[in-house]
Design a protein around this ligand. Structure first.
Ligand code: SFD
Ligand code: AMP
Length: 638
């Protein structure tokens, strides 16, 4: 801690680099691992900054129980078919294929670095790379003992990059364009979450990989449950907000992910559905999928998308219908599933199976075990409730919100507009992304995000070398940046003595209260759980007014300490992300993702008019958004 610097007088640290990796999650670790191979001998100055500590940061902090993307014996073209079916027909097939053809090498590396991967009987001890057969929970998913997954991956990243090129606990809050070229990124600024320091980096290019957006909507867990969520609460939309403010085009921000999860604990359902083959029923004990599944065949409402295997949103749709029509709650029969599974097992194997049922969550979503233990639920004896959660914005799981990026050049039939020189570079020169950051290409999951980070890293090295002689000059001064970043602190210091109760003051609003206000707007007007995920043009018009006013009022947020400064900036990022989401939903006049959200005034899929990407651009000088349709194309035959 620097002695002479207090809360409202931070030390300023400036650094010039060639490449900055912003974030420390799966995509960032992939980039850190890959980059040294291509940068060796080039003298490029590279750094990684993470808001948290690399070994336990991001979505994989608690670990995972499955790797959801492992192609193995399958064909990457089939992977594209699966992803596009799940995301209702609209994905960038070039980007998806690119992940599919490279992802297995990453998984093989994870295993070599020490990640235990379940194997078929007889193949125990035989690595995947040598033909060892994994235990597949689904067609694309493989089971792991993944409590230490992030730790293992982070260690490889640290080894590759070296500890001296990694800076932890620095929260980047702003990208800055170049003084001479507004279409180019030249730097980034942020602050330490532990010390009174502002960091300013200049660089030739950066990888913006700060994950998705959580807590934009009012969560189902409120009051005593506040803080519980499915996706990581510390990923606050930084990727989308910073990219938008820098002028990058976003794509498919209308998309969201509403995961069906074990109620209150948010435990994922994949292993239960796919591995344990558990069945769900409505409150009357009926198999609602069998009774009502045929409703998806209504082509007027669901187009061709309800004909084959229903995508994740359509599975949600059937579940929501039960709840809306009063036939809830939705119950998963974990006990019967385990009994059936155990029928051919020895007592010792059954004990192991019971342990696995708990470990599935101990490895990944510990809060679910807390709920089970607290409510006396033994999954082999007692069923559990399943519930669709609040919406999350992300680009790597069963969703596809994110940044519009340049793709690979070698896939036949790819439109020339889908590539502008460097793989995974956004429409802003030098600004790259991966994982949750890249839009229109979901279902990458942990392994695909890591892989996409690797792809971007290779392209960034090329960009930095191609631009060796170029010197970044930031469009905003150091003083402007510091004043902006520390504004919530200044507001607090200026007005704190006006009242005697620190939280009650006409001159400022606490970050916590502002977050509640954002969540209320999103929940009630932009298709949150309060309205069963329904909205319409009028509700969106109201939301628009309220969000613009919220953006204005957010300038009055206070920060009484570094923790609140962190919370304040997370809110700035959430607000802009929320606005992007709202405006995209407003623009797309159809219901592309029934079960994720409904435009009740256009409650059908309209392929004729909307089988296209929706892209947007934000102008930070005027605070306005521009939205447009972008032509879609299939590259892989049905
Ligand atoms: O069970 C800043 N995911 C699953 N993937 C799988 O492969 N298998 C599963 O089993 C999956 N499931 C699952 C998953 C996630 C979670 C939370 C649960 C269950 C409970 C998804 C993957 O985890 C996900 O796809 C990837 O992790 C995405 O990678 P990436 O790199 O895009 O995001 P990240 O890992 O969250 O990392 C973000 C990083 O950014 C940092 N950060 N740093 C600096 N400045 C800022 N402003 C920053 N903001 C954020 C973070 O600290 C972090 O390091 S299941 O549900 O299906
Ligand atoms: P989840 O645990 O819900 O995040 O799911 C993990 C993986 O299993 C993802 O690839 C999901 O798409 C898939 N999955 C989950 N539930 C089902 C289901 N009922 N049918 C098919 N795939 C599923």
């Amino acid at each position: 801690m620097s002695e002479s610097h207090g809360l409202d007088d931070p030390e300023i640290v400036e650094e010039e680099l060639d490449i900055l990796i912003i974030g420390g999650g799966m995509a960032a670790c992939g980039a850190a691992f890959e980059i040294t191979r291509w940068a060796e001998g080039t003298g490029l100055r590279i750094k990684l900054v993470d808001k948290a500590a690399l070994s336990r940061s991001g979505a994989v902090a608690m670990g995972l129980s499955a790797i959801n993307t492992y192609v193995g014996e399958n064909d990457p073209a089939d992977y594209v078919r699966y992803v596009r079916n799940d995301l209702m027909g609209i994905v960038r097939e070039d980007l998806v294929y690119d992940v599919g053809r490279h992802v297995d090498d990453s998984v093989h590396n994870f295993e070599e670095w020490g990640l235990p991967i379940w194997k078929q009987p007889g193949d125990e001890g035989k690595p995947l790379r040598d033909g060892g057969k994994p235990v597949r929970s689904g067609h694309w998913q493989i089971m792991i003992n993944g409590e230490s997954y992030k730790w293992i991956v982070a260690e490889a990243a640290k080894k590759s990059l070296g500890q001296d090129r990694i800076q932890e606990r620095v929260f980047i809050v702003r990208l800055v364009t170049d003084k001479n070229d507004p279409t180019r990124v030249a730097g980034a600024a942020g602050f330490s979450v532990r010390e009174h320091k502002v960091y300013i980096y200049r660089f030739k290019c950066c990888l913006l990989v700060c994950g998705g957006a959580v807590n934009v909507f009012r969560p189902r867990s409120v009051g005593e449950g506040t803080g519980r969520a499915w996706y990581p609460v510390w990923n606050a939309g930084s990727t989308y907000a910073m990219a938008a403010e820098c002028g990058a085009e976003l794509t498919m921000m209308e998309n969201r992910f509403v995961p069906a999860r074990f109620k209150d604990g948010y435990g994922p359902v994949g292993a239960w559905f796919l591995l344990f083959k558990a069945k769900v029923a409505n409150g009357m004990g009926e198999d609602y999928n069998a009774i009502h599944g045929a409703e998806l065949k209504d082509t007027k409402r669901f187009g061709k998308y309800g004909q084959g295997v229903p995508g994740t949103c359509l599975r949600n749709h059937l579940m929501l219908n039960e709840m809306k029509e009063g036939r809830g709650p939705i119950i998963m029969d974990t006990a019967t599933a385990m009994k059936t599974f155990a029928e051919k097992m020895t007592p010792k194997e059954v004990k192991h199976l019971e342990a696995e049922a708990w470990e599935d969550f101990l490895d990944m979503t510990i809060s679910q075990c807390g709920i089970w233990a607290g409510e006396n639920i033994e999954p082999d004896k007692t069923p559990s409730e399943i519930m669709p959660t609040e919406p999350y914005l992300l680009g790597s799981h069963a969703g596809c919100a994110g940044i519009w990026v340049s793709g690979p050049t070698d896939l036949p039939g790819t439109p020339k507009e889908w590539n502008w020189g460097y793989n995974r570079m956004s429409t802003v020169k030098g600004l790259f992304s991966a994982g949750d950051g890249v839009g229109a290409s979901g279902h990458k999951f942990s392994s695909g995000s890591f892989t996409e980070g690797r792809i971007a890293a290779k392209a960034m090295v090329k960009f930095a070398i191609d631009n060796k002689g170029w010197k970044p000059e930031m469009e905003r001064t150091r003083d402007e940046l510091v004043a902006e970043i520390y504004r919530p602190v200044k507001t607090f210091v200026q007005y704190k003595d006006y009242t005697t109760a620190i939280d009650i003051n006409p001159h400022y609003i606490t970050p916590k209260m502002l977050q509640f206000r954002l969540q209320k707007i999103m929940d009630e007007y932009v298709a949150g759980v309060a309205t069963f995920y329904q909205t319409n043009a009028k509700m969106l018009e109201m939301a628009e007014k309220k969000l613009v006013m919220l953006r204005e009022d957010s300038l009055k947020m206070r920060a009484k300490d570094l923790h609140e400064l962190l919370r304040a900036w997370e809110n700035y990022h959430r607000i802009l992300t929320a606005e992007a989401h709202m405006r995209h939903i407003q623009f797309r006049q159809e219901t592309r993702y029934p079960g994720y959200y409904y435009r009740t005034d256009h409650n059908y899929i309209d392929d004729e008019n909307w089988k296209c990407f929706v892209n947007s651009r934000y102008d930070r000088n005027t605070g306005s958004w521009e939205l447009k349709k972008v032509a879609h194309k299939h590259l892989i035959k049905d």
